[in-house]
Each structure stands twice: as structure tokens, then as C-alpha cells.
Design a protein. Structure first.
Length: 473
């Protein structure tokens, strides 16, 4: 018995990722406005620029935390145990946001959700990759279906949490996110044993003699970060920039460690080298795409006509537009890649197209510059272009990473892809600080043009990258 022509175990991973994304996007859909809304509207009244920095840093930290999740998976516990434990952290984070008032609840909740979601992301993707042989042509289609599960959750989350927030308050919305993650945990627990044996294996076990040193270093890092935060050295309006620097340093360190490792051969090394230009393109793509949670949220709150037949829809509902298009189009893209088989465009070409089309999406904001009230249909059309760009890069990038990964670094290679998202997401928070209604033309115009140029450069490099990839398409 299969799951839409895919391995049956994909159904369980599909389900847990659906509920994790329900909780994640449900919370994120109301997070920014919770931070900058004044107290009379249930918010914390934080400065808008600081709020976007927090959201960008939090989003980037989720993907930065994939490094931790990947390391724990490859060196200590194996991907399946890390996935289960991480999902528990996610649920605890949403409970903290729901029950603890003020900045304390935000800090505790976002830290727990970031660590947990990072672990879920790194390991779930790795386990999906383990369901297929390296040359199985169902792989891209399987990842597209997995991506459909992500977006079913991403669609429902903002709708329900946003509606509950507008009717009962922010903390009720955060509470619903916790309930969603609890459902996902229960569902996943029943299907854990059906996962492949490789999901329980530790790829590169850490010697027992080194574990006390690692534990000591981890504890020291926690103490230092806590001390810097409590003494005001780490400021909220600097958070996205801090995550940018950490993401760059982590990515450089990972590339160096993998490329210099004696555990990989020449073919694997060339494949990792081929990934570097696509890492850069991916970071650029996500720096624009993730502005759905910073600039586009502000745009929806202040510039968009949200009137639906005399009723004003919640701001967070705009976050459900993109998942609707993903749900509709992911099956179409999966069918196209399956039908084309070995005739489909190479991954570098898909990456180039996704990056350039994302630039085009930003240029489409320009006709609405200066418009007093932007029509919902106009923003919906722009988000359709966001979606097309995303489907060309994101699920394909996940699939590519599992194909290019050296055996000794299979989960940590997935973490490298997520580091590109961490870098881009943190950049989205920093870039949002330059956005204003009075400067929309240079803001959207310059960023859109840069993305198009980067896409063109990657397209030029595509033949070279295909050779370096050593038969991986």
C-alpha cells in the first residue's frame, strides 16, 4: 500500500509536519502585530522597527537551530528521536506564549519554538530522503507532496489563530497553536515504528569520552547568551543582525568541516562545492520571500483593503493566501516533474528561475505605490508569483540537499540548506527596517532587480554546476 504512489511512511511524516506548520504559522501570523499593537488592542506596544527585527531574528533562529538538531541527530540520538523530542519543545513554546504574559512569555515561547522547529525541520526532511534511493525518480514528487502537508498546516493555522485572536485575544490564538502541535505529536507517536531502520541510526556517533566536553561547552554558551541578554548587550533591535552574522559564520564553518573531512570522497566533495552558489541564491530568495511575515504583514495591516462584504478580515489571513496557491499548484508541479522525468530542467536552472521570479514579484508591488488602499486582489496576484518562485526552489532545494549530501553528513547537509533560509529570514527582518510607505518604489525596485540579476548569474553557471554535481540532476 502506498501514499499517492509514494512510500507509506511518508503519510506519517506528512501528518506531523502538517500540524507542526499549523502551530508555527498560526502563531507567526499574529506574532508581529502582537508585538507592535498598543496595549489597548492586546499587544505589547513595541516599536515597529524593533518588532520586525525580533520577528526576523526569530524566523532566522528557527532555521539556525536546524544546525543543533542536525548535530544531535548525526552524533547523539538519530533523526527519529530528535524529531519526536523537538516536537515536544514546539508544543511547550506555544504553551508559554499562551500562558505567560508580556515580554517574558514572548522570550520563553520563541526560544522553545525556535529550537523545536529547527529540530523538526532538519530531521523530518532527512527521514523523507531516507524513504527513497538516490536515483528514485519519485523523490522530487515525494518532496512536493511533503511540501503540500506543510502548506495545508500553513493555510489553516493563520486562519484559525487569526480569527480566535480577533474574537478572543492573542493568547487564545497562541493556545490554539499549542493544541495543534499536541494533535501532531499524538498522530506521530502511533506511526514511529513504521519508519525505516535508518531513521533510528546515528550516522557519526560522538565518542563517549567527548560528551562531557560538549555538554560543558553547551552550558557555557547558554550562560554567556543569558548574561549578555540580561545586561542589555544583546538589544532587541539588533537581533536580526546578530542572527545574520551567526548564520554566515555557521555556514562557513559547516562548508569547511564537510569539505576538509576525511570521511568524504572526491565525488562527494565536488557535489558540496556545487551547492555553494545555490546556497547564496537560496539566501537571496528567502530574504525577499520571508518578508511575508515582516513587510507584507505591515502592508496588510496599513495599506491593504481587507473589507470583505462589510467585514474586515484579520491581518493574519493574508498569510493563508500563499498556502492556498501551494496546495493548488504543488500537485501540478509534482505531476510536471514526474511526467518530464529525466527531461526536466536541472536543479540549478530551477534555482535560477525561482530567484529571478521572486525578484519579479517584488517589482509587481510598484504599480500600487502611492495607492491609498491596495485591493486585496492585487496583493493576491503578487503572492501567486511568490508561490511559483517558491515551488521552483524550496521543495527542489530540500530534495537536492539529500541527493548531494555525503553519507557521513546527511542530516548536517540538510542543515546547510536551512542555514541559507536562516540567513535569508534574518535579512528579511533587517531589510524591513528600510521599508516605509513613502519609499516603496526604491525599496521594492532595488530588491527585485538584485534578485533578477542573481538568477541570471546562476543560470549562466548551471552547466558548470551540473558537472560538479556528478550525475545528480
Amino acid at each position: 500500500m502506498t501514499f499517492f504512489g509514494q512510500p507509506r511512511a511518508l503519510a506519517n511524516l506528512f501528518g506531523v509536519e502538517l500540524w507542526e506548520r499549523f502551530s508555527f504559522y498560526g502563531m507567526q501570523g499574529i506574532l508581529l502585530i502582537y508585538l507592535y499593537y498598543e496595549a489597548s488592542r492586546g499587544g505589547l506596544g513595541i516599536d515597529e522597527g524593533t518588532a520586525t527585527s525580533i520577528v526576523g531574528a526569530y524566523g532566522g533562529s528557527v532555521y539556525l537551530a536546524t544546525v543543533i538538531g542536525a548535530w544531535l541527530s548525526d552524533r547523539l540520538f538519530g533523526p527519529e528521536k530528535v524529531l519526536f523530542g523537538s516536537a515536544i519543545l514546539v508544543m511547550a513554546g506555544h504553551i508559554a506564549l499562551a500562558l505567560i504574559p508580556g515580554v517574558g512569555g514572548v522570550a520563553a515561547g520563541l526560544i522553545l519554538v525556535a529550537l523545536g522547529s529547527g529540530g523538526v525541520k532538519a530531521t523530518a526532511t532527512t527521514i523523507v530522503g531516507l524513504l527513497y534511493d538516490r536515483d528514485d525518480e519519485r523523490r522530487d514528487a515525494g518532496f512536493s507532496l511533503f511540501y503540500l502537508g506543510i502548506n495545508l498546516g500553513a493555510f489553516a493555522g493563520p486562519l484559525l489563530t487569526g480569527l480566535l485572536q480577533s474574537e478572543a485575544g492573542f493568547h487564545w490564538g497562541f493556545g490554539l497553536a499549542a493544541v495543534g502541535m499536541a494533535i501532531g505529536l499524538i498522530q506521530y507517536a502511533f506511526g514511529r515504528r513504521a519508519l525505516p531502520a535508518e531513521a533510528h541510526e546515528i550516522a557519526n556517533p560522538l565518542p563517549a569520552a567527548r560528551r562531557p566536553l560538549v555538554a560543558g561547552v553547551a552550558a557555557l554558551v547558554v550562560v554567556i547568551v543569558a548574561a549578555l541578554a540580561l545586561t542589555g548587550v544583546i538589544r532587541a533591535d539588533w537581533l536580526s543582525n546578530i542572527v545574520i552574522v551567526l548564520s554566515i559564520l555557521a555556514a562557513i564553518a559547516y562548508f569547511v568541516v564537510i569539505l576538509t573531512s576525511g570521511r568524504i570522497d572526491g565525488v562527494e566533495r565536488r557535489r558540496v562545492l556545487a551547492f555553494i552558489p545555490m546556497f547564496i541564491a537560496s539566501a537571496a530568495f528567502w530574504s525577499l520571500y520571508q518578508q511575508q511575515f515582516t513587510v507584507v504583514t505591515i502592508y496588510a495591516d496599513k495599506r491593504l483593503d481587507r473589507n470583505l462584504f462589510g467585514w474586515e478580515m484579520p491581518v493574519s489571513w493574508v498569510q493563508s493566501i500563499n498556502p492556498v496557491f501551494i496546495i493548488i499548484l504543488s500537485g501540478v508541479f509534482a505531476a510536471i516533474w514526474t511526467r518530464l522525468g529525466d527531461r526536466q530542467p536541472s536543479t540549478p536552472v530551477k534555482f535560477a528561475a525561482g530567484t529571478a521570479i521572486m525578484g519579479v514579484a517584488f517589482l509587481l508591488f510598484l504599480p500600487f505605490a502611492g495607492t491609498a488602499s491596495v485591493p486585496l486582489l492585487g496583493l493576491t496576484g503578487i503572492l501567486l508569483v511568490f508561490t511559483i518562485a517558491e515551488l521552483l526552489l524550496s521543495p527542489v532545494g530540500l530534495s537536492l540537499t539529500t541527493k548531494l549530501a555525503p553519507e557521513a553528513f546527511r542530516t548536517q547537509m540538510v542543515a546547510l540548506f536551512f542555514l541559507s533560509i536562516a540567513l535569508g529570514t534574518a535579512l528579511s527582518g533587517t531589510l524591513a527596517g528600510y521599508y516605509s510607505e513613502d519609499h516603496e518604489v526604491p525599496y521594492f525596485g532595488i530588491l527585485g532587480a538584485i534578485a533578477i540579476v542573481l538568477g541570471a548569474i546562476l543560470l549562466t553557471l548551471a552547466p558548470l554546476l551540473r558537472r560538479l554535481m556528478g550525475g545528480v540532476k
